[in-house]
Design a protein around this ligand. Structure first.
Ligand code: PRX
Length: 630
């Protein structure tokens, strides 16, 4: 599936244009199937209906594991690096991973979990998380991984939305010098999750916990009881593989659903091509498995390709800001994939942390999650890559399942701040307000995709209408990403950021509504609106405009109380950076908050507020500006 040079790249684009279905069928042929598909593609974007390789029978874990055993069973599949540099790292070979996944599949089966059941995973970055993900897929249960930084309330909502039957968690998780009491948080969540029948708990931090009889079971005890063999459940191509929640423009997160065959094919195809993975390369993606990047580019993509994937439990700044580079040197990492927020934060710590280490092994660098500014790009290129490693700036989303727009490392040109071009097989386009495609270069508009791709989300769990409304109704006949995009004179794409009510903070996708409803829980808050403002490390900081019932006596204390509420309802990643207490909010006559104006004020751009005449009360703006200048 590898494209090896520019000629092959161009040829692949031509092949796709000539016959898209044949293009994808050729890729699909290289996988292990129990039965080949009957139809490559069936689609209707107006109904948000997409099926790939329908009628095919397979199991994704046979493609991640079993098929590699004969040739590379002893090769390391997962190289796990502990949070604490003093703790021993763990190498897990393909043979071992296969056995552990089979064993845990049997544990799940013993607990009565069946094909189609939903299982929630709330775990730290330990190998058992990858094992649990794969075991779910092996028995045909649908995994829903919830990032271990989320609160009890967020966990509870996600479990209930998908009606999960089991929860897999651990006593705690190490992150830097902190321990997150995951089981305690899970217990709080499980007070209101009637669908949960069993909870399997991994011992990791030895944090004291309470085990509830007949509901809670220790991972290690259950594993002891099971065999290392398990026949994978045979799944249909379009059977659901996983649900992953992402923020939307209402308070309720969306359970994005991915299915089996299309996701599998695109995960391997995009992994091998974007990173130009060669057999034997050591590959490290620093994301958390709680996000889509971890799903596709720590677990599925690399394992499908038979690669060695590094999994890191810790944080970039513990024990100091040289940790990433120490790991690169010690393990001789070849391909390194991280987020702009990490790059900016490590740049801010200074080059002395980088200079201490030999980064010669690096061949390819990647970035994902938010726009990367030119300064951070240059620093990454020069100081980390020694001006010899191509950088891939990869644009994609939870909903797209895999990388959509990116250069292929060393094959086609990189350009700072540009994701560059859609991968062969992806028909991305830019449209104006009316949905008309802007075909010429040097244009700016909204980023859409006009033809299905195998790893696209199929629905929002339990709410297909919301799926249609969110992604397929703004511009009928096209998938709308929610992002703005500029195409330069050479036709290269630069993502300019969200155009909806979603905020990207430190690469995390947060919904304004979700955070506002947490703020509104405060007894003195009557209404709130949050927007992003430029932040040198996080990309976007969170700025909250708050209307109180009575003027707060101690603004600092109120701010702390509000942030505690956010931590409780959403998680610490959504804490507000700046508060402004105001008398009113700029609203249209129909009552919609004009965030555009609030964004400008938060960025200090008072002279660029644009047309305020459509506001219900334009005076509100003057008073907010006055307040912000105090
Ligand atoms: O706004 C885009 C931004 O992240 C959003 C998707 O967030 P999420 O679903 O959490 O997935 C993140 C990891 C794939 C997009 O709508 N985004 C992602 N990658 C880039 C980006 N913005 C600019 N450049 C990127 N490379």
């Amino acid at each position: 599936m590898r494209i090896n040079n520019l000629e092959e790249y161009k040829l692949e684009k031509e092949n796709f244009d000539k016959n898209p279905e044949e293009f994808w069928a050729k890729k699909a042929n290289s996988f292990t199937w129990h039965k080949k598909w009957e139809e490559v593609l069936d689609w209707d974007f107006h109904k948000a209906h997409v099926k790939w390789f329908d009628g095919g029978k397979l199991n994704i874990t046979e493609n991640c594991l079993d098929r590699h055993l004969a040739s590379s069973g002893d090769q390391i599949a997962i190289k796990w690096i502990a949070n604490n540099p003093k703790e021993k790292n763990i190498d897990i070979s393909y043979n071992e991973l296969y056995e552990k996944v089979c064993q845990f599949s049997n544990v799940l089966k013993n607990k009565g979990i069946k094909k189609g059941d939903r299982i929630c995973l709330y775990m730290p970055m330990v190998p058992e998380l990858a094992i649990a993900v794969l075991a779910c897929a092996r028995i045909g249960a649908i995994h829903s991984v919830v990032f271990a930084g989320f609160s009890a309330k967020s966990l509870c909502d996600r479990i209930n939305d998908a009606q999960c039957k089991a929860l897999i968690t651990s006593d705690g998780g190490f992150r830097g010098n902190k321990i997150t009491p995951l089981k305690k948080i899970a217990d709080e969540a499980m007070k209101n999750t009637p669908s949960i029948q069993c909870c399997i708990v991994l011992e990791r931090t030895n944090t004291p916990i309470i085990m509830k009889n007949n509901r809670d079971f220790w991972w290690h005890e259950e594993m002891k009881k099971t065999s290392i063999h398990h026949h994978a459940e045979i799944m249909d191509s379009e059977d659901q593989l996983f649900i992953l929640y992402t923020s939307g423009s209402t308070g309720r997160p969306k359970g994005i659903v991915h299915t089996t065959a299309g996701y599998m094919i695109y995960a391997q195809y995009s992994f091998e091509n974007v990173f130009q993975y060669n057999h034997g390369d050591l590959y490290w993606c620093t994301a958390d498995i709680g996000w889509i990047t971890g799903h596709t580019y720590i677990i599925y993509g690399p394992l499908l390709a038979g690669a060695t994937t590094v999994m890191f439990e810790g944080v970039p700044t513990y024990p100091d800001a040289g940790r990433f580079w120490e790991i690169v040197e010690k393990n001789k990492i070849n391909i390194f994939y991280t987020a702009p927020t990490a790059i900016r934060s490590l740049e801010a710590y200074g080059n002395e942390y980088v200079k201490k280490y030999d980064l010669e092994s690096l061949k390819v660098l990647g970035t994902v999650g938010e726009p990367i500014n030119e300064d951070a790009w240059n620093w990454y290129f020069k100081e980390i890559g020694g001006e010899k490693c191509p950088i891939v700036d990869t644009w994609w989303q939870t909903e797209t399942g895999g990388i959509m727009i990116s250069n292929l490392a060393g094959i086609n040109k990189a350009k700072p701040t540009f994701a560059t071009l859609p991968l062969p097989g992806i028909k991305a386009c830019i449209v104006d307000e009316n949905g008309d495609e802007l075909e010429t270069n040097n244009t700016e508009g909204k980023l859409c995709v006009k033809y299905p791709w195998p790893s696209m989300a199929r629905t929002i769990y339990g709410d297909h209408q919301r799926f249609i409304d969110t992604y397929f109704s703004s511009f009928p006949g096209k998938y709308f990403s929610g992002d703005g995009c500029y195409k330069n004179e050479e036709g290269l794409f630069r993502i300019t950021g969200r155009v909806d009510d979603v905020l990207i903070v430190s690469g995390h996708n947060l919904g304004t509504a979700e955070i506002e409803s947490a703020i509104d829980e405060h007894k003195n808050v009557c209404e709130s609106a949050i927007v992003g403002y430029p932040h040198s490390i996080k990309g976007n900081g969170i700025f909250a405009y708050i209307i109180c019932h009575s003027s707060p006596k101690d603004k600092k204390a109120t701010g702390i109380e509000i942030n505690d509420l956010i931590t409780k309802h959403v998680g610490p990643i959504a804490k507000v950076d700046k508060f402004l207490y105001v008398e009113g909010l700029p609203k249209t006559r129909s009552g919609k908050i004009m965030r555009r104006i609030l964004r400008k004020i938060a960025s200090g751009e008072f002279n660029e507020l644009g047309d305020t005449s459509t506001l219900l009360d334009p005076n509100v703006v003057t008073s907010i500006i006055k307040e912000s200048q105090k």
